[in-house]
Design a protein around this ligand. Structure first.
Ligand SMILES: NC(=O)c1ccc[n+]([C@@H]2O[C@H](COP(=O)([O-])OP(=O)(O)OC[C@H]3O[C@@H](n4cnc5c(N)ncnc54)[C@H](O)[C@@H]3O)[C@@H](O)[C@H]2O)c1
Length: 402
């Protein structure tokens, strides 16, 4: 008989994971508390912009290896893929684990001996151990539950491929749990499976994203220094990266998305004094967005002074990264929200995104026909095809590598 897997949270991580597992001889039940999410999944109306996810989902639902519903059920494996946002208080942030514990609460009734709980949500160090205690206290009748933390490190836009091919870190609360969960992942993952403890696995995930944040902050800081000296930062980075041991990342308009601006706080909030560099990186990256807002305001003012009217402005690119429809935490949205209040007429152009701030995105051609200034905030591939020289009346300002 097929083993049963119950996956809690059918978002960016849970839904592709549910599909991948159900394709591999497991009977999968996907759970989400949001009825709209369930309806969208059933109708194949998914917002996640992932190549092949739609066809994979269609296949899994048709084969009935994947079912979706709003309450958990009995299973052999329970995977927790619920959100772990941060909540801000006085410019500092703390992780909100209520969705993870909410998911754990919802499976308590269904747990049986020999069941396995796997946490995939990004969590602060020590959370898997806390969950273990919590489960033991709530279900003292059980004496054999396997629990492990297995972080996700997929790149949105390539999730289906990476879920299968990335190296996975399995951190059990004990060796038996690690081995049991490693065997489970081996049945559908082609990448290497690394065995460790839950705390090591938890901190590895956080360190990965904090490392990225710190390195982006370096690029952003360098870009501002170059700007002051009227030096092209792209050229500097290109040449510097010819050094065999240097790899400076690209500067941009700030850091967005679901992970990099969020996860460092999971380390900072519990290690405030020891995380000076990570705190500074957060500050540098946040300030880069403010710097861009100020710069755009200056460009608008300068146009106004020269032309005695406000410019018609276009913003190109709104998602948090290139060629993606994901606008979660996108600095471009923050920038546009601030600037449009000062404009009479503007266009927002992004072929991946239908709507932001309740405004429908506009067509590229209309923006090119009518704009005085175009601010490139995120450079999707289709913007590279624009021949700027033809539009010699438009001022193009590209913030994507400056
Ligand atoms: N998106 C990424 O690229 C990425 C990468 C690595 C790690 N992660 C981590 O994975 C976790 C999930 O992220 P995501 O992007 O998939 O989130 P998401 O917001 O896309 O999806 C989470 C889903 O969980 C559902 N949910 C909330 N509480 C629930 C409950 N008690 N039971 C069942 N469903 C519930 C929500 O309705 C939502 O549909 C987070 O901890 C995130 O940090 C995400």
């Amino acid at each position: 008989m097929k083993e049963k897997v119950c996956i809690l949270g059918l978002g960016y991580i849970g839904l592709p994971t549910a599909c991948l597992i159900s394709e591999n001889s497991f009977d999968v039940c996907g759970i989400d508390v949001d009825e709209q999410v369930l309806k969208n999944v059933r109708n194949l109306n998914i917002y996640i912009n992932e190549p092949s996810l739609n066809s994979l989902l269609k296949k899994c639902l048709k084969s009935e290896n994947l079912k979706v519903q709003n309450i958990p059920t009995y299973a052999d494996y329970f995977l927790i893929c619920t959100p772990t946002p941060i909540v801000y208080n006085n410019n500092q942030a703390k992780p909100d684990l209520s969705f993870v514990f909410g998911a754990i609460d919802s499976i308590l009734f269904f747990l049986k001996n020999n069941n396995t709980i796997i946490i995939e949500s990004t969590v602060p160090v020590g959370t898997t151990e806390k969950i273990t205690k919590y489960v033991k206290q709530a279900r003292p009748d059980l004496n054999k539950i396997f629990i492990a933390y297995c972080p996700e490190r997929v790149l949105p836009g390539n999730i289906v491929f990476e879920l299968k091919n990335n190296t996975r870190i399995i951190g059990g609360i004990n060796k038996i749990s690690t081995n049991k969960v490693a065997k489970f992942y081996q049945s559908f993952v082609l990448g290497e499976i690394l065995h460790t403890t839950s705390k090591v696995a938890e901190i590895c995930k956080l360190a990965e994203n904090a490392f990225r944040d710190v390195n982006i902050a370096f690029a952003n800081e360098l870009s501002l220094i170059c700007k002051d000296k009227n030096i092209n930062v792209s050229e500097v980075i290109n040449f510097t990266n010819k050094h065999p041991r240097v790899n400076i990342l690209k500067p941009g308009i700030g850091v967005g998305g679901h992970c990099i601006p969020v996860d460092p706080w999971f380390l900072i909030s519990e290690n405030y004094k020891k995380s000076e560099l990570m705190r500074t990186a957060r500050e540098v990256n946040t300030k880069k967005t403010i710097y861009i807002i100020n710069d755009i305001e200056m460009q608008i003012e300068s146009f106004f002074k020269n032309n005695k009217r406000l410019p018609v402005v276009s913003f190109f690119g709104v998602s948090y990264k290139e060629n993606s429809n994901d606008v979660r935490g996108a600095p471009a949205v923050q920038i546009i929200d601030k600037i449009i209040k000062k404009l009479d007429k503007f266009y927002i152009v992004d072929s991946f995104v239908e709507k932001i701030l309740n405004i429908k995105t506009h067509n590229l051609e209309t923006a090119l026909e009518n704009s005085d200034i175009i601010f490139i905030l995120v450079k999707h591939d289709n913007f590279n095809d624009i021949d700027i020289k033809i539009f010699n009346k438009i001022i193009f300002i590209d913030y994507t590598c400056s």
